[in-house]
Design a protein around this ligand. Structure first.
Ligand code: CO8
Length: 257
């Protein structure tokens, strides 16, 4: 696939999407978000792909939505184009998406990373919601996802002051799954994606869906949802294969569709 603002490649069952607007620190222009959506459509439709890694450059995952593009928008333009909704495509992806973040993940960049399933951060990563300094607030899910991930106090402080946090603080706060040395970031993210892509694709899909229900449902409803899905797994060949392989001390061969 050929794009102007992102680059894609595949290795085995893993797809890598790299945000690629180096001169603008990967600012999320409308074109970039459209191209990202197209790449996700293609990888989602491809049975050969089991997991996706989304990354930026050493200096920036993404320094936010494109301020120059937004600067002259009016209320009706913004409302009618619903331009902030494009990030929903990432959250809607049914295959696992790992954000591999080095450098700045600010504003829409932080929100894009949070729309992924989990974030692996380089020790150089810096996260923030500086929208308040521009006379706006987060609009790609930041007031909701950041609050759920780090809790009200830290989310409120970050959103109201625009303070950036480093990778160590982000890990302590629960924003990122793990921090790794910057030169190992991509290898670690690709290794995690490969591991996931080797498991049963339908079971991975259901596990992801079940974890996501935790943000939508009450505990009782979520547990009921989990239990139904868990029992349904006993109707799959992959459950039989996984458990037989354990008993027979061999590697399981899972369904990758
Ligand atoms: N939009 C457009 N251009 C940008 C952006 C951006 N968000 N960030 C950086 N750039 C450009 C700069 O203008 C500069 O371009 P030029 O060389 O033409 O002047 C180039 O990238 C390099 O940037 P700097 O020279 O500023 O690099 P520094 O290393 O000095 O500073 C910073 C790096 C601290 C990251 C700095 O660039 C910065 O503060 N950037 C803006 C961060 C920000 O405020 N982000 C929030 C944007 S608002 C937002 O994300 C709202 C999301 C909700 C709606 C989403 C709808 C899609």
């Amino acid at each position: 696939m050929l794009f102007d603002t992102i680059a894609t490649e595949t290795t085995g069952r893993v797809a890598l999407i790299r945000l690629d607007r180096p001169k603008a620190l990967n600012a999320l222009s409308d074109q970039l978000l459209t191209e990202l959506g197209k790449a996700l459509d293609a990888f989602e439709a491809n049975d050969g792909i089991g997991a996706i890694v989304l990354t930026g450059s050493e200096k920036a995952f993404a320094a936010g939505a494109d301020i120059k593009e937004m600067a002259t928008k009016g209320f009706v333009d913004a409302l009618n184009s619903d331009f902030a909704a494009k990030v929903d495509r990432v959250a809607r992806c049914r295959k696992p998406v790992i954000a591999a973040v080095a450098g700045f993940a600010l504003g829409g960049g932080c929100e894009l990373a949070m729309a992924c399933d989990f974030i692996l951060a380089a020790d150089t990563a810096r996260f923030g919601q500086p929208e308040i300094t521009l006379g706006i607030m987060p609009g790609m899910g930041g007031t909701q996802r950041l609050t759920r991930l780090v809790g009200r106090a830290k989310a409120m402080e970050m959103i109201l002051t625009g303070r950036m946090i480093d990778a160590a603080e982000a890990e302590r706060a629960g924003l990122v799954a793990r921090v790794v040395p910057a030169d190992k970031l991509l290898d670690e993210a690709l290794a995690a994606a490969e591991k996931i892509a080797d498991f049963s694709a339908p079971i991975v899909r259901l596990a992801k869906e079940s974890v996501n229900q935790a943000e939508e449902m009450s505990l009782a409803d979520g547990i009921r949802f989990e239990r139904r899905v868990f029992y349904a797994m006993f109707a799959t060949e992959d459950q039989k294969e996984g458990m037989a392989a354990f008993t027979e001390k061999r590697t399981p061969h899972f369904n990758h569709r």
